[in-house]
Design a protein around this ligand. Structure first.
Ligand code: CA
Ligand code: CA
Ligand code: ZN
Length: 251
């Protein structure tokens, strides 16, 4: 049985080994067991076994690996590794995987790498499953997967967390409060610190520019005041209309 694991997934295994040299490997796997062999699985060799997809070559390849969840590496969990790999796919920095299953969740290329609940028999809490694509360029691509980036927090993790925070209601409130409450103050000569926004006020001769956040703050106040004035004018018009009706001569 001369099957091989696609090069991309061989490189994924070796990257896990570098990231966590003492990791447990009892739940590692590539080729399927007897249970997999009777049903379609990326763990089956694609030329001699049942697979969900066929590829262009006649090399007998396996397109899935299971990686034991016990990494035995301080600061590194399977949760973190899966997030890094999935984030990179979501951001278009990687395109080698078709889907990932980990801890009752599944992320897939076909729906943009968002998390969905996974209800399979095996909840995948002891190992993570990575399915590779069947396209030759992706199969053979062995570039890094992002697990060895040197920073404690990788750039992709940071961007992902900041984006998630900015979209949350706590994040939106904090950002709105920061913008609306922002006051750049004035320097010793009474000038607002300069920036590129032209000062629309009557102190423009001494303060020709204002900070963008200050200008935005003023714009929001102006908008609120404008709204208030419009409401008052509406009420006034209704009142005048009522008065005119009362004083109209009987017809
Ligand atoms: Ca093949
Ligand atoms: Ca192939
Ligand atoms: Zn698997």
């Amino acid at each position: 049985m001369a099957w091989i694991l696609v090069a991309a997934l061989r490189s994924l295994f070796s990257e896990f080994n570098k990231r966590a040299p003492r990791r447990r490997k009892a739940s590692d796997g590539s080729i399927g067991n007897q249970a997999h062999a009777v049903e379609e699985s990326d763990h089956n060799p694609d030329e001699t076994g049942l697979t969900p997809t066929e590829d262009a070559d006649s090399i007998d390849e396996v397109h899935a690996v299971d990686v034991d969840a016990d990494l035995r590496e301080p600061g590194w969990s399977m949760d973190r590794c899966v997030q890094i790999i999935v984030n990179r796919h979501r951001q278009g920095l990687d395109d080698r995987l078709e889907y990932v299953i980990w801890n009752r969740k599944i992320w897939a290329r076909s729906w943009g790498w968002t998390a969905r609940a996974y209800h399979g028999d095996n909840p995948h809490t002891g190992h993570a499953h990575f399915s590779a694509r069947y396209t030759t360029a992706q199969e053979n691509n062995t570039r890094p997967w992002g697990l060895l980036e040197e920073d404690d927090v990788t750039k992709s993790e940071f961007i992902s967390w900041m984006t998630e925070w900015a979209r949350s209601s706590a994040g939106r409130d904090a950002l709105a409060t920061a913008v609306l409450a922002y006051d750049p103050g004035k320097d010793a000569t009474g000038k607002v610190p300069g920036a590129a926004v032209v000062n629309p006020n009557d102190d423009a001769t001494t303060n020709p520019t204002v900070r963008p956040a200050w200008a935005l703050h003023r714009a929001v106040i102006a908008s609120n005041v404008g709204h208030d004035i419009r409401n008052r004018v509406d009420k006034l018009q209704t009142g005048v209309a009522t008065l005119l009706q009362r004083s109209a001569p009987p017809s």
